[in-house]
Design a protein around this ligand. Sequence first.
Ligand SMILES: *Cc1c(COP(=O)(O)O)cnc(C)c1O
Length: 379
Amino acid sequence: MLSLVRPPDVVLEIDLAAVRTNFQNISTYVGNQVRVAAVVKSDAYGLGLVNIARALIDSGCNLLFVANLDEAILLRSAFSTIAIAVFRDEFDRFGTFYRSHGLIPVVNNCNELSAVSKAGEAQTYFLNVETGFSRFGLSIGDVRREYLLRTFERFPPSIVLSHLACGERIWDETNVLQRDRFQIVYDLLKPTCGSLAASAGVWLGKSYHFDMVRVGSALYGINTPTVQANPLQTVAKLRARILDVRTVQAGEAVGYGATFRTIRTSRIAIVGIGYKHGLPWSCANKVVVKLGEHSAPLIGRISMEYMTIDVTDVPGCCNPGTFVELLCDDFTVNDLAAAAGINPQEALTRLGAGCTRKYLNLSSPTAAFTANPPDAGED
Ligand SMILES: *Cc1c(COP(=O)(O)O)cnc(C)c1O
């Protein structure tokens, strides 16, 4: 029998040691008065929920945020004791489910809050307050009304949180407005833990940290553009295999739409990665890939399964089977996203979903369970 087992053409290499280092560096940066919770929603931004979570738990992280109950269940089946919070998923409807799996709801509206009161004092929950994002969370008016009804006296939230809309823009007045609004709620409810900042908010300074930051992007090496010297280690590297190399005469078109035309006799390599794998279609004709010491421009449009590069100036033979590097230390997901005109989170989640993922520096599964600090667990 013929076997089709063979190495993949596209590999997204994920360095878990870099994730651990990023977590530790952010923890050091915010100081030991500020807790660092990790956001692992959307399959840990495409990098793989369970493996990323394990790396973070290993580094001392003791609170993970997921997008919904499906992700929470997956995480709970891998880690029986870690605190898991769900950003949004119908607590008013699935309360029993949250309790049986030991999951913490983020309460986003008054219906969910009333479900908390019905569940009684034992129900741990986080309260999300809307301060200028207009997505989820109780309005400040809602908070005031519930406060007067003494809801929070009877059922205090473990954490009160809100989310910044413009954390990436250091000078944006919206940040100040949101912080001031959050401060009003914080002073009113006096929670044991308040949390406003996500990754970008970390770099806005101490007054944005409150008691806890919730970081996703930064852990995965996505830097905030205004932070000049990148303090983060690269987590994701991407390489793809050359499938064919051909010579093309001067003046010939390359790819759909003939957006590139050769100006000389050219050697063109067809590489086995396309937008199916999450490579942004809009980075056509805009990026350069690496072949060892050399580089080659991506030419013509990206098709579903392939892209083409010009290897005319790459000395020596570059044969089918050779890998080219699309993401590396010198050209990160931030750079790729900038070239493509999309945000790096979008680029990463799409690549993670579309490529074969390979992990470097996996820690042992047993280590993940013994590395919890003594004070780990729910607040
Ligand atoms: C996604 C998300 C975060 C993490 O954001 P990053 O910018 O990736 O760090 C934090 N809080 C909330 C509410 C989120 O939705």
